[in-house]
Design a protein around this ligand. Structure first.
Ligand code: NAD
Ligand code: IPM
Ligand code: MN
Length: 358
């Protein structure tokens, strides 16, 4: 039976980059490399503005019950400044499907993409494991005395032993499976006493089960410094939801911009469960509709999706072709080329077709 892949192009540049990613999936499907069925979802700002739909239960249930993967572009539209609909969809997927490990590879595919003085692509190759179902993102809290001079707004940071431990285990398991020598915990235990003491304690307890891997601690603020000085010592970084979000935009910068950064959200202990695949970038409203957005982040995200479907060699193939595109200038302006979104997608597809022998 074919694997059901839900496509959620979303807002802004989302539909433009997901169209190119979709063509890649269709090529694999049409050449019978993979057996998939595509199901495109009409959700996002347009739909919300039309009929106030955010994330219907029937769709959530069908994804949970039948899909193998969701490929999402981005959500966020200035016409809906509260972004409530975007949180409904994004957190509906991440929390609703219990996709606790947001895996964000930070890998520079060409020396030209690395903005650091004296550093090359080989210095930028690590993976961030971002906790994806807890932390400050649960939106526990509230606004009190709203509109008065004594107003207070509280967002609680919720960290459970189970939630923290499973994410840390996912990071160590990945390190073991990929022959990595070090895992770093990035936290703020010097300031955030309760939550981060739990992270620290749990991290070093879990580390004992992986004696071949060095477990190191780094404060998140210092990590930001080290990453722009010399990212080469970092291989796997485990961290909480908010810090992981922030540090992976910084990571995007090390890779050549957000147009190059891919991500997967998984229930990591059970690879058979549905996964969510999204580029790290957002909807970039100023770029929308101009055919300038870089489709490579979305295409690299298809690579992660293909690994999830059991084809890791296709992830490597996709990365290699993207690297060649960068090297040869067959890419969009943000990464040094002069192609539009569609033309970069055309170039990629032609190269992939040739590689696959058609
Ligand atoms: P953004 O990621 O959209 O843009 C940040 C910067 O990166 C901008 O300079 C943009 O031009 C550039 N950029 C992003 N993607 C690019 C691409 N593919 N090619 C070339 N350049 C690219 O972040 P933002 O501007 O802070 O947010 C815009 C909206 O997107 C907001 O509503 C935000 O909440 C939302 N957002 C959504 C997601 C998601 O759905 N997963 C992720 C991040 C941001
Ligand atoms: C991301 C985004 C989201 C996040 C926003 C849009 C809620 O920045 O996917 O990186 O913070 O997780
Ligand atoms: Mn982000």
């Amino acid at each position: 039976m074919s694997d059901l892949i839900a496509l959620l192009p979303g807002d802004g540049i989302g539909p433009e980059v997901i169209l190119q990613a979709r063509r890649v999936l269709e090529l694999y499907r049409d050449q019978r490399r993979i057996d998939i069925e595509l199901w495109e979802l009409d959700l996002g700002a347009e739909r919300y503005l039309r009929d106030k739909t955010t994330f219907p239960k029937e769709i959530a249930d069908r994804i949970a019950g039948e899909a193998r993967a969701v490929l999402l572009g981005a959500l966020g539209d200035p016409r809906v400044p509260t972004l409530d609909y975007a949180r409904d969809i994004l957190f509906g997927l991440r929390f609703g499907l219990d996709l606790y490990a947001n895996i964000r590879p930070v890998k520079a595919l060409d020396d030209r993409l690395v903005p650091l003085k004296g550093r090359t692509a080989k210095d930028v190759d690590f993976v961030v494991f971002r906790e994806n179902t807890e932390g400050i993102y649960v939106n526990v809290g509230g606004q009190f005395k709203r509109g008065t001079a004594d107003e207070i707004a509280i967002n609680e940071d919720v960290n459970t032993r189970k939630g923290v431990e499973r994410l840390i285990v996912a990071g160590f398991e990945y390190a073991r499976a990929h022959g990595k020598k070090t895992v770093h915990l990035a936290d703020k235990s010097n300031a955030m006493q309760h939550a981060h003491e739990l992270w620290n304690r749990c991290f070093f307890e879990v580390a004992k089960r992986y004696p071949e891997i060095a477990a190191r601690h780094v404060y998140i603020d210092a990590l930001c410094l080290y990453l722009v000085q010399d990212p080469s010592p970092f291989e796997v970084v485990v961290t909480n939801n908010l810090f992981g979000d922030i540090v992976t935009d910084l990571g995007g910068g090390l890779q050549g911009g957000l147009g190059m950064a891919a991500s997967a959200s998984l229930h990591a202990s059970d690879p058979k469960r549905v996964g969510l695949f999204e580029p790290v970038h957002g909807s970039a409203p100023p770029l929308a509709g101009k055919d300038v957005a870089n489709p490579f982040a979305a295409i690299l995200t298809v690579g992660l999706l293909l690994t999830h479907l059991g084809h890791p060699q296709e992830q490597t193939r996709i990365e290699d072709i993207v690297a060649r595109g960068i090297r040869e200038g067959a890419c969009t302006r943000d990464v040094g080329g002069n192609l539009g979104t569609r033309a970069a997608g055309d170039w990629f597809l032609t190269a992939l077709q040739r590689e696959l022998g058609y």
